[in-house]
Design a protein around this ligand. Structure first.
Ligand SMILES: Cc1cc2nc3c(=O)[nH]c(=O)nc-3n(C[C@H](O)[C@H](O)[C@H](O)COP(=O)(O)O)c2cc1C
Length: 206
């Protein structure tokens, strides 16, 4: 508990710096509700493995990195969306996120990955919220059997770096082979290509 409070407080300091950078949720992300796996299922994935890139993104930074990873590996993409939309006013969003994280609340999601069993490797992306993964990502993690899958977390942040994101993701992946996570400074243009490629190479997927 003390650690949680500490991460929230640390996150709070960061938030002062990132508040100005926040944007309202992209219209496209909310439109249509359910975000399905890309229609065109890629037969060939890196090293013969079938790969999914699943992500939650409030203001587009994590989405940009997810797109880069999917393009680099020929992976399927899945956007995690909540049924209830988060507030567009930044202060309200920050307060709600803090309350949800403290309570361990898992918001209802609007869609599922229909055939998770087909994937050997799953990338999971989240913004760093209060030093940890966004509640929507925790909801996503609780819905599937991770036994035997390789899972790699990627995060975007507003200056705090990884904080507890990697650790907290791993704790919610029983039975998975968790690969080394990465955190990038949040930018709408995504991650620096060199750093991203280096990480994928390190994972043995590129
Ligand atoms: C509710 C909330 C909490 C955040 N907490 C942190 C934090 O603790 N540490 C940090 O570095 N950035 C924090 N940020 C900044 C985001 O991690 C950063 O802007 C991220 O790139 C946003 O990703 P997205 O555009 O995919 O939503 C927070 C942002 C929000 C909205």
């Amino acid at each position: 508990m003390r650690k949680n409070i500490c991460s929230v407080l640390c996150g709070g300091a960061i938030l002062l710096g990132v508040a100005a950078c926040a944007k309202a949720p992209a219209e496209a992300e909310q439109a249509g509700g359910a975000a399905a796996v890309s229609q065109e299922t890629k037969e060939e994935a890196s090293n013969g493995k079938k790969i999914l890139v699943a992500y939650y993104s409030y203001s587009g930074n994590t989405k940009a990195v997810a797109g880069q990873i999917a393009a680099a590996l020929g992976a399927d993409l899945f956007e995690i969306n909540t049924v209830e939309t988060y507030p567009s006013a930044y202060g309200d969003l920050v307060d709600q996120a803090q309350r949800e994280i403290k309570a361990g609340f898992k918001p209802q999601l609007s869609s599922r990955v229909e055939n998770m069993a087909q994937y050997d490797v799953v990338f999971i992306g989240s913004p760093n919220w209060w030093g940890t993964v966004a509640p929507a990502v925790s909801s996503f993690l609780s819905q599937y059997n991770w036994e035997g899958k390789q899972v790699a977390g990627f995060f975007t942040h507003g200056g705090g770096g990884m904080q507890n994101c990697g650790r907290d993701l791993q704790r919610q992946l029983p039975g998975a082979k968790v690969l080394s996570p990465v955190a990038f400074a949040g930018r709408s243009s995504g991650a620096p290509q060199k750093e991203l490629q280096a990480w994928l190479t390190q994972l043995g997927l590129k």
